[in-house]
Structure formats: structure tokens, C-alpha cells
Design a protein around this ligand. Structure first.
Ligand SMILES: [Zn+2]
Length: 281
């Protein structure tokens, strides 16, 4: 750990604000990129009255609460998710500062956090992990491994091979057995990207923790659905096509991303080292 003096808290505030602003931009990218729209122009407009959002009503985190989640002009309701994405990015930037301090790794961590937030929410909305992010993430991760004096390039390279190779092997055997695709190619590229940034040592940890997160959320989702099933039949939720419940589809990307962030920010490296030493590696 490094010493966080008074200068440190100024930077902490700065990084929190930067994270909130980039979180606001992340909201734009999450919404527009999958639709093939420009993420730069036009500026943010209300989805209901189509009027541009005034700059003082577009202050990250703050505006949503000040306007009680409504458009400043037409009072249409906005999802709290916009504010949450801003708060999440800001909080993660702050955590990265307290974890790494002024270092090359901090810069890599901020880029990694910002990109993971975007791909996670795109995956939640559309069940896709855009190549634009995963493939360039792998390249930037490898570049970081080569240029960042605090990291080792070979750790990074093996991370790509292990991360990509492990899930690819699972997907391949699943395909052999079930004759259909189980795991998306996007997940494979995401794990290769995570391996590039966090090193090969992180890969077992990330798979394990992501699976635990995924199972927990999966079980909760099933329980909630089972509970709601009887009531939905008597209400307006019944679809015209019949009573068939749609299959559970939970993207795995957000769990991989969450596990990677736990590893990054909660010193997963020392857990992983302990685990590897336990097995004589
Ligand atoms: Zn409006």
C-alpha cells in the first residue's frame, strides 16, 4: 500500500467525478452501440419528448436524484439504472485508486473497468459481447503486458491462451456431446481479454467465482419465476402464444466481468497465488 495524503484525497475525488462522467458516457454507448448508432452525435435527448437534455439536467448521478428520475421537460420516467451505472463506474474508479495509487497499473485498471461496465450491460440487454470491445481488449491487454513495467508480458500472453483456450475447450466438448452451441464465442473472447489484463494466474479464480455468482443468481431467478408463475396466469401477463414459459437466458459475461473486478480490486492475485502454491504450482 502507498501513503494516501491530502493530495491523495483530491485525486480520489477527481477520479470519482471522472468515473461518474465516463459512466454517463457508458450509458450512451450501452444504448447506442448495439443499435449501430453514433456514440458521439447527437447529444443526449429525452427518449419520450425527443428534446435535448439541458446540460444542468445531465449531471451524472446527481441529476437523476434531483429530478427524481424524470425528464426535466416532459416528466417522463427514466430508469434508475442510468444513475446506478454512473455510481458503479465512479465507485470502481475510486476503489482502483485506493488499490493501486499513482501507477501504470491504475491507468490500465481504469480502462479495464470502464470497458467491462459497458460490455456487461450490453450483454445483459442483448446477450452479445461486441468484438469491438473483446478483441481490442485482448490487444490492449497484451500491449499493457508488454509496456507496463509492473506487469509481465508472458503472464499476459499465457492469460490469453489459458482464458481463451479453457472456455473454448468446454464449448467444443459441449458441442460434441450436445450437438449444439452452449457457451457463446463472446464469453471465450471476454475471458481471453481478462487473462490478457490480469495474467494467466487469474483465470481459474475468475472462472470459479463467476460460476458461483452465476449459480446464485440463476437459483434466485428460478425461485422468483416459480413464485410468480401462478399469479401471472391470472393477470395480464399471459401471452397470446400460450402459456409456455420462455427458457431462462442469463448471459455469463456480467459474471465473468464481476469476478475479474473482484480479482483486480480485492487482491485476488494473492488468493490465486495461495491456491496455486497449495497445489504445488
Ligand atoms: Zn422528455
Amino acid at each position: 500500500m502507498f501513503d494516501i495524503g491530502s493530495g491523495g484525497s483530491v485525486i480520489a475525488v477527481y477520479l470519482f467525478v471522472l468515473g461518474a462522467c465516463l459512466g454517463s458516457f457508458a450509458n450512451v454507448v450501452i444504448y447506442r452501440l448495439p443499435l449501430g448508432k453514433s456514440v458521439v452525435r447527437p447529444g443526449s435527448a429525452c427518449g419520450s419528448c425527443h428534446q435535448p437534455i439541458r446540460f444542468y439536467n445531465n449531471i451524472p448521478i446527481f441529476s437523476w436524484f434531483f429530478l427524481r428520475g424524470r425528464c426535466g421537460r416532459c416528466k417522463a420516467k427514466y430508469s434508475i439504472r442510468y444513475a446506478m451505472v454512473e455510481l458503479l463506474t465512479a465507485g470502481l474508479f475510486l476503489a482502483a485508486w485506493y488499490r493501486f495509487g499513482a501507477s501504470w497499473t491504475l491507468i490500465e485498471a481504469l480502462i479495464f473497468i470502464f470497458s467491462l461496465v459497458i460490455v456487461s450491460f450490453i450483454d445483459l440487454d442483448h446477450m452479445i459481447l461486441p468484438d469491438k470491445f473483446t478483441l481490442s481488449g485482448i490487444l490492449i491487454g497484451l500491449l499493457g503486458g508488454a509496456l507496463n513495467p509492473e506487469r509481465d508480458f508472458l503472464d499476459s500472453l499465457y492469460g490469453v491462451l489459458l482464458g481463451g483456450g479453457f472456455l473454448w475447450a468446454i464449448a467444443y466438448f459441449y458441442f460434441l456431446i450436445r450437438k449444439r452451441e452452449g457457451m457463446g464465442g463472446g464469453d471465450i473472447k471476454l475471458l481471453a481479454w481478462i487473462g490478457a489484463v490480469l495474467g494467466w494466474q487469474s483465470v481459474p479464480f475468475v472462472i470459479l467465482v463467476a460460476s458461483v455468482f452465476g449459480s446464485l443468481v440463476g437459483v434466485v431467478t428460478i425461485l422468483v419465476k416459480v413464485r410468480r408463475a401462478p399469479t401471472s396466469e391470472s393477470s395480464f401477463e399471459v401471452s397470446e402464444s400460450g402459456s409456455e414459459v420462455p427458457p431462462l437466458a442469463i448471459p455469463f459475461g456480467p459474471f465473468l466481468a464481476s469476478a475479474a473486478l473482484v480479482y483486480l480490486l480485492a487482491d485476488g492475485a494473492s488468493w490465486a497465488q495461495w491456491y496455486l502454491e497449495l497445489h504445488g504450482l
